[in-house]
Design a protein around this ligand. Structure first.
Ligand code: UD1
Length: 430
């Protein structure tokens, strides 16, 4: 397991190219299963989660062609997916265990081939991660679902039928799965209380290009008129708002200035507003964000995570790291996941002053200094928060369990080195 070594204290200056969005790429890759034609996806980031999902699709019989090419000024992957005839309709435990978003094969395979067996993803470090919304919506669309030996076994006689489904939470995963299933269902499906994240809008763009009939983009009611067939297209995915928000915090914490290229400020309105209130200067163009903290006096601000367009839970840990060194107190409340404070004990080991109230709220009182330490975390975004703390802290911080970061942050050390961070990966050979 590799580690990352950081010597803190350097201000960061320069440009960071933001990569394609992981959480858009994952459902979009699975949407390619809805057609026998080849679907070419551009701007796919180099991440281990993408490799894991590609392995699952290969196992299902998808033909995959990967080409590295320049897109939006930097090197990305264009991947062509073609599944003329699946060789399996089973997503086995070993794949789903490694990459929870493997559950995005559920909707497409059931809608297109009438059967799917998916290992239940189970819980993970940040929470229980149930699938009740996905499954109940599919049942309302005519699927027969059985849970057996840790697997969801879903069948449908003929085609799925359109239905009016109402979600008890605005789940991103369930919205994607039901959109994909409904695209090929017979009749009209209406999703009420759908998620409105930008990743959903991008999936809708792809599906509509493929021939689907979906209306209601960016609202909580989506109407999908099912069609008989979907077709091959080329699609470029949006850039990663969470990666952009993470590097914005790096500029703020190091009192530097970073230009985030290929970042859409519209997708980050709530986090950028918080940064402004913290005291950071933000300038935007339609596809870039300049974060300037050179003269900033950082002041703590409260944060409440919520569904989009609220503050994203996936930036909570990074912003908590920022509040650790801002003046005054900040109340941070996590409303989406029940166990997303694992970074707190590690930040406290570096000298942060944090008081946890129950498991949903924490008061962070800013301190002038953090001190370096060996740290580790149990999830992707929390690991980035520890990198941020290390960039600020005096001395040498070692962040363990780097595989979390490799799941979601493309070329992390290279991007940080290019803007002046003293950071390197320590490769541990087995
Ligand atoms: C996605 C993101 C994840 C992000 C999360 C919330 C991907 C691959 N992951 O996860 O990074 O933190 O959105 O923005 O895109 N819920 C249920 N029943 C269900 C499904 C969800 O109760 O059937 C609940 C969950 O427990 C959670 C909330 O709904 O409290 C949101 O979950 P959801 O939006 O589904 O998260 P994911 O799609 O798994």
């Amino acid at each position: 397991m590799d580690k990352i070594k950081i010597i803190g204290g350097n201000q960061l200056f320069g440009q960071v190219y933001i990569s394609g969005a992981k959480n858009t790429a994952l459902p979009i890759i699975c949407a390619t299963l809805l057609t026998e034609d080849a679907v070419k996806i551009k701007n796919i980031p180099f991440l281990s989660d993408i490799k894991s999902l590609n392995s699952l699709l290969l196992q299902l019989g998808t033909q995959i062609e990967i080409k590295e090419e320049q897109c939006n000024g930097h090197l990305t992957q264009t991947i062509s997916y073609c599944t003329p005839k699946p060789t399996s309709l089973v997503a086995p435990y070993d794949y789903v265990r490694k990459m929870r978003a493997s559950y995005y094969v559920l909707g497409p395979l059931l809608a297109k081939y009438g059967h799917v067996e998916l290992s239940l993803p189970g819980g993970c470090a940040i929470g229980a991660r149930p699938m009740d919304i996905h499954l109940s919506a599919l049942e309302q669309m005519g699927a027969q679902i059985e849970i057996k030996n840790g697997y969801v076994i879903a069948d449908v006689n003929g085609r799925l039928k359109g239905a009016r489904v109402s979600f008890h939470s605005a789940s991103v995963g369930a919205t994607c799965n039901i959109l994909m299933a409904a695209a090929l269902a017979e009749g009209t499906t209406i999703i009420e209380n759908a998620a409105k994240e930008p990743e959903i809008a991008d999936l809708i763009h792809l599906l509509n290009k493929m021939g689907a009939k979906i209306e209601g983009e960016n609202t909580s009611t989506l109407t999908i008129q099912g069609v008989d067939k979907l077709y091959g297209v080329t699609h470029e995915i949006i850039n990663d708002r969470i990666e952009a928000g993470s590097y914005a915090v790096a500029a703020a914490m190091t009192k530097g200035r970073l230009e985030l290229i290929n970042a859409n400020p519209e997708h980050l309105q709530c986090p950028l507003d918080i940064l402004r209130k913290v005291g950071v200067q933000i300038e935007t163009t339609p596809n870039s964000i300049i974060v300037d903290a050179q003269n900033a006096h950082l002041v703590g601000q409260d944060i409440y995570t919520d569904y989009y367009p609220g503050f994203p839970t996936d930036l909570q840990a990074q912003f908590m790291a920022l509040m650790c060194i801002a003046d005054g107190a900040a109340m941070i409340t996590e409303s989406i996941w029940e166990n997303r404070f694992m970074h707190i004990p590690e930040l406290m080991r570096m000298g942060a002053n944090i008081n946890v109230h129950g498991h949903a709220s924490a008061i962070v009182r800013g301190v002038p200094k953090l001190s370096a330490a060996p740290v580790m975390s149990t999830d992707l975004r929390a690991s980035f928060a520890l990198i941020l703390a290390g960039l600020f802290a005096e001395g040498e911080t070692i962040v363990n369990r780097v595989y979390h970061l490799d799941r979601g942050y493309e070329h992390l050390e290279e991007k940080f080195k290019a803007v002046g961070a003293d950071i390197e990966r320590i490769v541990i050979k087995d």
